[in-house]
Write a protein that binds this ligand. Structure first.
Ligand SMILES: Cc1cc2nc3c(=O)[nH]c(=O)nc-3n(C[C@H](O)[C@H](O)[C@H](O)COP(=O)(O)O)c2cc1C
Length: 190
């Protein structure tokens, strides 16, 4: 099979997201200008550069406009990407609910907050790692907002560090477990 995006009569979503697997899930916390905390998972998430340390996420527009995450990142310039491991899979899925921007997914999914050190949006308490970010740039690509965030602080839980103070990637992979993103329905290995 060959797929030419210019002649393909359907969205390229299934082709792209079905082949680029597994993808990590960034669980992104933001705040709106009124101070309501927002939390949502994004699998269009990865490392963009090392020096400066920049992460990328790419929310897709909703039919009625930006997602709350994209809107809040644009208006406040701050967000936290929390790493999702298997123990948080169920709560993470619950935070993908499309709530009004006046309601917090932290409360909806009963996720515990903890304060961040360098940015206003809270972190998810207890995650294996969290990246506090300030907005570097946003590039509008079609119906996606490619959000680039400079990492200003990384929180790493003790159990994923080695004795000589480095990140223990094998341990991270063990904690991710069967948590993978596929193309169908609710996208985790629950
Ligand atoms: C595992 C998982 C991964 C997701 N990845 C994305 C993604 O990469 N891009 C996107 O636009 N929506 C993604 N979603 C859907 C959003 O989380 C969902 O639209 C959510 O309501 C957005 O919330 P917000 O408006 O509070 O930002 C994903 C959902 C799940 C469960």
């Amino acid at each position: 099979m060959k797929i030419d995006p210019h002649t393909h009569d359907r969205s390229m979503y299934r082709t792209l997201t079905g082949l680029v697997v597994p993808r990590p899930i960034g669980w992104v916390s933001t705040q709106n200008e009124e101070g309501t905390d927002n939390l949502a998972p994004y699998s269009f998430f990865n490392v963009a550069s090392v020096d400066p340390p920049i992460l990328l996420l790419s929310p897709g527009d909703r039919p009625d406009g930006l997602t709350d995450t994209a809107e809040n990142a644009r208006t406040t310039g701050e967000f936290v990407v929390n790493l999702v491991t298997h123990e948080f899979a169920k709560a993470m899925n619950q935070t993908s609910a499309e709530l009004p921007s006046t309601e917090s997914e932290f409360d909806h999914a009963d996720v515990e907050r903890t304060t961040s050190d360098r940015v206003d949006p809270p972190r998810v308490a207890g995650t294996a790692a969290a990246f506090e970010c300030v907005l570097h740039d946003i590039i509008d690509i079609g119906s996606n907002s490619l959000i680039l965030g400079e990492v200003v602080l990384v929180h790493v839980r003790d159990d994923i560090t080695t004795a000589d103070g480095k990140v223990d990637t094998n341990q991270v992979i063990l904690l991710l477990g069967l948590l993978v993103v596929s193309t169908t329905g609710q996208r985790t290995g629950l």
